[in-house]
Each structure stands twice: as structure tokens, then as C-alpha cells.
Design a protein around this ligand. Structure first.
Ligand SMILES: Cc1cc2nc3c(=O)[nH]c(=O)nc-3n(C[C@H](O)[C@H](O)[C@H](O)COP(=O)(O)OP(=O)(O)OC[C@H]3O[C@@H](n4cnc5c(N)ncnc54)[C@H](O)[C@@H]3O)c2cc1C
Ligand code: FES
Length: 276
């Protein structure tokens, strides 16, 4: 934890250790706080670009490595664009980690299905590292990842490494293929039906645009995966990130402290309702 509970609203100024461009609109910053950093897969930090604004961004790095952490961000507006303009050595404000985590412990003993769309792979990357670090605890592990085009594939190098592992099934699909693309074409949800899993004994973790999650949920349920073994990551605008301001209210819950990771059966009544 970077900020103690009493000063969870006060960002700690930390410098950017490393900055990497991932795709044309996505980049990863690495921060190495002097005292190290612990987080659970799925948690997020509030990133403050001084003079511009503060945004929630999931932690995307390997949770077993405590000396540094990473955030992978897609540019969509003012703060994400300002973050991208920063350079190595520049300072940003950090509060966190906040929120609930993916059920890596609960998934042990069964099969594990990870379904990611676009930037949704970033909050799930720590799960992949965490599962690989204790691979013997899980049955079959399947990663399904869909993105727009070959140029938009995130973590291409790691995906290639993971695909090379005999005990991890990684499938990548893109919306639009080019002449050089020999892989899957089509939305990620089409891969769910063909995944080699024991549905009754599978934990599914899903992150991506809400429309992608909605179709994934339909496919997962068709496949026979129980609603209480399906987890989704929800996003809403945030301000305090500690359950005070109400900005991220989601039905009776707050996404910042009850989420962002929810067991699907617990939010099924409000899921997909934009006004919530
Ligand atoms: C818990 C959590 C974790 C997140 N993790 C990541 C991450 O790992 N990587 C990443 O790139 N982004 C992540 N986001 C989304 C990120 O916070 C927003 O993209 C960011 O706040 C946009 O700020 P901006 O000033 O650049 O754009 P704005 O000017 O605020 O918005 C630009 C556009 O994006 C839309 N938008 C803004 N915020 C959100 C949001 N939270 N959900 C859906 N649409 C939004 C706006 O409606 C607008 O159309 C996460 C959000 C949450 C709540
Ligand atoms: S962001 Fe303030 S209550 Fe969630």
C-alpha cells in the first residue's frame, strides 16, 4: 500500500522509471517505489498527472515482483493523453492500490478461463502471471484475447511466450485480418464454445468493453459455467476511490470499493443498465 488509510486521498509523488509504447494508442509506465509495492491481481491505482487530473488505472504487472509495478493505458482523453506525453524521470502522483481482486485463490483446484477484449488484457495480465507462478494448483488454463487488428495486439512478446507453454492454451483473435495474419478472425466470444474446459469446474474471469462482456456472459452461461464462477471487471468514472464521493455508484454498490471485480451473480440485476 502506497498511502496509509488515513491519507488515502493524498497522492505520493513518484518518478516514472520506464516508459514503453505498446501499440499506436497504448503505453506502459513502470514505477519503482523506494519501499516496494504489493497488490492483488485486478486492483487499481489512482494516477494523478499534475495540473491535468486523476484517473483510475489497473495495475498490469506481475504481482510476484514487489520492486516495481506497471500500468498499461490506452489514450482516450485529456488525462490519458497527458500521461502519454510524460517522459522517463517525470513525476506523477499515485494513490492505491484500491478495490477488489480476481479470484485466483478460489479458482485453484479447477480449470481457469481468462477472456480479455482490447485494453481489458491489462487488468488480467497479473492473473496470468499469478496462475503461472503456481501452475500446479490449477487444471486447464485458457486465455482468450480479442483485439481490433494485428497492430493492436498488446503484450505480443509475452503472448508468444505464453503460447509456447504446453500447459497454457492461448488463443488470439482479431476483428479485421490482413494478408499476413494467419490466426483467428472474429470476436473473442466465438472462441468460448471451443475452449477445452470442464464447465462445471471452471472459473471464468472477463474484462473488456461492456458489450464484449455482455456477449461473453451469454456464451459462458450457454457453455454451462455457473454464474457464481464468472467474474467481471466494471468501470465507471471515479473521484475519491475510497467509497466517499458516490461518483462510481453502481446500483447499491460502489465500484471503487466493492469492485472493480465482481462475481457476476452478485451484480446480474444491474449489469448492462447504462444509467446505473
Ligand atoms: C477500476 C478502473 C480500472 C481501469 N483500468 C484501466 C487500464 O488499466 N487501462 C486503461 O487504459 N484504462 C483503464 N480504465 C479507464 C480509464 O480510467 C479511463 O480511460 C480514463 O479515466 C479516461 O480519462 P481521460 O481524461 O483520458 O479521458 P476522458 O476525457 O475522461 O474520457 C474520454 C472518453 O472515455 C470515456 N471514459 C472515461 N472514463 C471511462 C471509464 N472509466 N469507463 C468507460 N469509459 C470511460 C468517456 O466517456 C469519454 O468518451 C480504468 C477505469 C477504472 C474505473
Ligand atoms: S469514486 Fe468515490 S465512491 Fe467510488
Amino acid at each position: 500500500m502506497i498511502a496509509a488509510a488515513a491519507d488515502a486521498m493524498v497522492p505520493l509523488a513518484l518518478s516514472i522509471e520506464r516508459l514503453r509504447r505498446d501499440t499506436q494508442d497504448t503505453f506502459t509506465v513502470e514505477i519503482a517505489p523506494p519501499g516496494g509495492f504489493s497488490f492483488a491481481p485486478g486492483q487499481f491505482n489512482m494516477l494523478y498527472v499534475f495540473g491535468v487530473g486523476e484517473i483510475p488505472i489497473s495495475i498490469s504487472s506481475d504481482p510476484t515482483k514487489k520492486s516495481a509495478f506497471q500500468h498499461t493505458t490506452r489514450v482516450v482523453g485529456a488525462v490519458t493523453a497527458a500521461l502519454k506525453r510524460l517522459k522517463e524521470g517525470d513525476t506523477i502522483g499515485i494513490r492505491g492500490p484500491f478495490g477488489s481482486s480476481w479470484p485466483t485463490a478460489e479458482a485453484a483446484g479447477g480449470d481457469c478461463l481468462i477472456v480479455a477484449g482490447g485494453i481489458g488484457l491489462a487488468p488480467l495480465r497479473p492473473v496470468i502471471y499469478s496462475v503461472l507462478a503456481q501452475r500446479q494448483k490449477y487444471g486447464r488454463v485458457v486465455v482468450l484475447y480479442g483485439t481490433r487488428s494485428p497492430d493492436d495486439i498488446l503484450y505480443a512478446h509475452e503472448l508468444a511466450q505464453w503460447r509456447g507453454k504446453f500447459d497454457l492454451d492461448v488463443q488470439v483473435t482479431i476483428d479485421r485480418g490482413g494478408r499476413d495474419w494467419r490466426g483467428n478472425v472474429g470476436v473473442v466470444t466465438t472462441l468460448i464454445a471451443r475452449s477445452p474446459l470442464d464447465p462445471a469446474n471452471t472459473t471464468a474471469m472477463v474484462c473488456g468493453p461492456e458489450v464484449m462482456m455482455r456477449f461473453s456472459l451469454t456464451e459462458l452461461q450457454k457453455r454451462g459455467i455457473p454464474a457464481d464462477r464468472i467474474y467481471v471487471s466494471m468501470e465507471r468514472n471515479m473521484k475519491c476511490a475510497i467509497g466517499f464521493c458516490g461518483r462510481c455508484q453502481y446500483g447499491p454498490k460502489f465500484i471503487c470499493k466493492d469492485g472493480p471485480i465482481f462475481r457476476f451473480d452478485r451484480i446480474a440485476a444491474v449489469f448492462g443498465r447504462p444509467e446505473i
